[in-house]
Design a protein around this ligand. Structure first.
Ligand SMILES: [Zn+2]
Length: 190
């Protein structure tokens, strides 16, 4: 077969015996050295290089290979696209922060509103100063009794309720005890 010399660029003919020994070299993963008939230069070929020459000779239409490299430059135009996308992204933040800033104050306002029912944000301590005190589900004497307190018991007053006459302390979820009832003091607020 014909090989183009890498040194003198001229084609030279590789003898059938040479190509046979080259095939053995390639089988063992080795390169094979062909000597140029024109300039006696060594042409060291790998299996891939050898087969490329062989294919080119067997199939003159082996040109599709360069076609495969064409899609690569096509990929380059794809890259500029992200660059173009970055621009609109950069524009969005410019407008976005403004509406974002507005809702925030609204949220801040709603929080204090919820906090208002708790007249005393910081729980106070109370001490029971009557022999027995009922804990009820609500701040009235007809509400269900859920537990009881005795003299000296300490309670945490989470909030208070009053109708102007009687005052109740909330000491837990659904737990109310009278601070003052019918003019009699039940709990001493510390
Ligand atoms: Zn040569």
């Amino acid at each position: 077969m014909e090989i183009v010399c890498k040194t003198c660029k001229k084609p030279f003919n590789a003898h059938p015996g040479e190509t046979a020994s080259a095939a053995i070299d390639f089988t063992f993963g080795r390169k094979h050295t062909f000597i140029c008939d024109n300039c006696k230069a060594e042409n060291i070929l790998t299996k891939a290089e050898y087969e490329a020459i062989k294919d080119a000779k067997d199939k003159p239409e082996a040109a599709p290979k360069p076609v495969v490299t064409v899609p690569k430059p096509v990929a380059k135009p794809v890259a500029p696209k992200p660059v173009a996308e970055v621009k609109p992204v950069a524009q969005k933040p410019v407008g976005a922060p403004k509406p974002v800033a507005a809702p925030k104050p609204v949220i801040v306002h709603s929080e204090p509103v919820e906090a208002k029912p708790v007249a005393a944000p910081q729980p106070k301590e109370g001490k029971v100063i009557v022999d027995s005190l009922r804990i009820r589900k609500d701040h009235n004497t007809s509400a269900e009794i859920v537990a009881g307190l005795a003299y000296g018991n300490k309670v945490t007053i989470l909030g208070t309720w009053t109708d102007g006459k009687n005052t109740w302390a909330q000491i837990g979820p659904d737990q109310w005890a009278a601070i003052e009832h019918n003019g009699k003091k039940m709990i001493e607020v510390v």
